[in-house]
Design a protein around this ligand. Structure first.
Ligand code: HEC
Length: 614
């Protein structure tokens, strides 16, 4: 057949249009409605916690050639009977370090029941918990017992479908005649063609909330979406705040909707890194599973606007006051602006000034206000008491043992907990420790601290202290270099808040209390530490720490090339101030009980601990 000019152009346009359509649907990932994600599709990155509280991110698995996802689900007989096969596969490909993950996207299963199922049926694999069904929807998963094999070279699926042909709903073959998954994995390793690259799965159907409900009503931006954003995102995503774009109208949010989907899949936003299994915190920024589902369903529906005025455009976003706690009673200012060159790595700067308060003072808050947020990475404030105050100098170790006040990325301005205050004797020297990073332009900074006086003397003094480890030797390439540090409470105390500090190789951290009666409790677990967010985790219920309680901070560093923040995976890394060095500090705020006990043993242990840490 001769192709006429006309036909040629028609065909070209048709294919261009098709290409465009594909490109668009590829980007949103969810627009493809009917077919499953098939072999040759690129899998979007995702991060999930497993049933034991460990964080797993797909794009951080490039150390292995293959990631195999097995769709699990409590109570599914086909999954239960496949576990042995998967274990055998893991052993068969142990040398090649294939990664095997189970994925649970059942809305009826939770962490406790998933952990129980894992124990009962010997599932020795991480079971990734996809409660909001983000990964399941992104991969168009519909049934359990499906295997999805992903090449980490290009993040494409090279096989998806049944594990083998042995198990059916009511039937079971004695022998596998078609070991689909093992064949696919073998052929992949051998660089051979994979056939079949997709098979039909016999597993238990997963229930998904309908994207468009039976009554055909779509989710309304004005009624349902805008209120979620106003409550959880606009505080940062508004003009003058730290979010990179303002959620200031329907059009803006709609334009960012693909990115919103991405940050949910990677669990980057809202910025909150505590495992919900441990501890409750007043400043928890996370969204509920239902809220995430609603937002994702809305994006999948094409982000419909709904009727009525646009709340984000018509209601004023939160104001950005200079001093969120009001005008301070006293200001501590540096004597002059700090001048910074355009480039270079700057050692920490120290600026010392005298306390401006002419008498001994109790403070209800001390807020450090960054002068120039573009250059100031962080500022810790220490105090040096006058001899006349008769107090031990506790903060003389450059912030390792604790600090008086701080400006850190992501911290909020808050008053000290009810009934507590920080003591500032007259004549105290105030030391600003300033860490700057170059912006490419000459910059100046004038950082200040606002002091707020207590109306009456508080019951007890608040201290910021730490469990710290100052000897670090993190081998090059090590994916999970574990460390720990501890602190013992010498006297009965109340613990209010926790703030872990590591640098860019820090990957996870946990605070655990070992009580004198032998009980232990995880107070905070951050399975996916992010240096960009130095959060102060404020306990919803302050915790009693009886004298002798040991607070243990344990964590790990990822010095491998799979850590995207790692500046140099070939380097042996030691303790140091710069972000390319490392630190391991578990800060916390506590106050001793006014009438509490202090055991002799605990006091001695405390002293010994201090000496050892020096
Ligand atoms: C505490 C402040 C804060 C809150 C709350 C917050 N964001 Fe962000 N957001 C940021 C900052 C800072 C960035 C840029 C740096 C980063 O990605 O960490 C960002 C980046 C983003 C991006 C762009 C992608 C990127 O990585 O640059 C999206 C999309 C986003 N946020 C969505 C949301 C949504 C949706 C919410 C609410 C559910 C939310 N954020 C809540 C501070 C915040």
């Amino acid at each position: 057949m001769r192709i006429g000019k006309n036909t040629f152009w028609k065909a070209t346009f048709f294919f261009m249009w098709l290409g465009l359509g594909l490109a668009v649907s590829e980007k949103s990932g969810l627009a493809k409605s009917k077919s499953e994600k098939s072999p040759s599709d690129v899998v979007d990155n995702f991060r999930l916690l497993d049933h034991q509280g460990k964080s797993h991110e797909l794009y951080r698995q490039a150390q292995a050639p293959v990631v195999v996802l097995i769709v699990g689900g409590n109570g599914c007989p086909i999954v239960r009977q496949s576990i042995g096969t998967i274990k055998a596969l893991r052993d068969r490909f142990a040398e090649q370090k294939f990664v095997f993950w189970f994925l649970n996207a059942n809305s009826q299963d939770d962490q406790v029941s998933i952990a129980a199922e894992a124990k009962e049926f010997g599932i020795e694999f991480p079971i990734l918990m996809d409660a909001a069904q983000l990964v399941a929807r992104s991969l168009k998963i519909t049934r359990t017992a499906e295997a999805i094999a992903i090449s980490t070279k290009d993040w494409k699926i090279f096989y998806r479908g049944a594990i083998d042909d042995r198990l059916g709903y009511a039937t079971q073959k004695v022998k596998t005649t078609q070991p689909f998954l093992v064949d696919a994995l073998e052929n992949f390793l051998a660089g051979k063609k994979i056939s079949p690259a997709a098979t039909k799965v016999k597993g238990c159907a997963i229930s998904f909330a309908a994207i468009v409900p039976a009554d055909g009503k779509t989710i309304s931006y004005t009624k349902e979406i805008a209120p979620i954003l106003q409550k959880n995102c606009v505080v940062c995503h508004s003009a003058g705040n730290i979010g990179p774009f303002a959620m200031s109208s329907y059009e803006k949010v709609k334009g960012w909707s693909s990115m919103i989907r991405e940050v949910f899949l990677e669990q980057r936003m809202p910025p909150w890194h505590a495992d919900p299994q441990h501890g409750k915190f007043v400043n928890d920024r996370s969204l509920s599973t239902e809220q995430i589902k609603t937002l994702m369903a809305w994006i999948e529906q094409g982000s419909p606007r709904g009727n009525g005025p646009d709340p984000l455009a018509t209601e004023a976003p939160p104001a950005v006051p200079d001093w969120p706690l009001g005008k301070p009673d006293y200001l501590v200012s540096m004597p002059k602006e700090v001048q910074l060159p355009a480039t270079g790595v700057f050692p920490y700067r120290y600026v010392m000034v005298e306390s401006p308060i002419p008498e001994d003072a109790w403070l209800r808050a001390a807020v450090v206000k960054a002068g120039n947020r573009k250059v100031l990475h962080h500022c810790l404030v220490f105090v040096k008491y006058p001899k006349t105050a008769g107090r031990p100098q506790t903060d003389d170790r450059g912030g390792l043992a604790g600090f008086f006040a701080a400006f850190l990325p992501g911290t909020e301005e808050v008053t000290f907990p009810e009934g507590t205050g920080k003591f500032l004797p007259k004549g105290t020297k105030i030391i600003f420790q300033l860490h700057y990073s170059a912006t490419g332009k000459v910059e100046t900074d004038l950082t200040e601290m606002g002091l707020y006086l207590c109306k009456t003397k508080p019951q007890t003094e608040l201290h910021t202290r730490s469990a710290v480890k100052t000897v670090l030797d993190i081998p090059p390439g090590d994916r999970d270099h574990e460390v720990d540090a501890q602190f013992t409470f010498a006297r009965d105390s109340t613990l209010y808040s926790l703030s872990p500090h590591m640098h860019v190789r820090g990957s996870r951290v946990k605070y655990e209390a070992f009580y004198p009666d032998g009980k232990r409790e995880v107070l905070l677990s951050v399975p996916n530490y992010d240096f960009n967010w130095q959060t102060l985790y404020r306990l919803a219920e302050p915790k009693r720490m009886p004298a002798g309680t040991k607070l243990v901070c344990s964590g790990a560093f990822d010095n491998s090339p799979q850590n995207p923040a790692n500046p140099d995976p070939t380097k042996l890394v030691h303790f140091g101030e710069q972000t390319f060095d490392e630190m391991f500090i578990g800060y916390f705020n506590y106050a001793e009980l006014p009438q509490g006990n202090g055991t002799a043993a605990a006091a001695a242990a405390d002293k010994a601990g201090k000496r050892a840490a020096k």
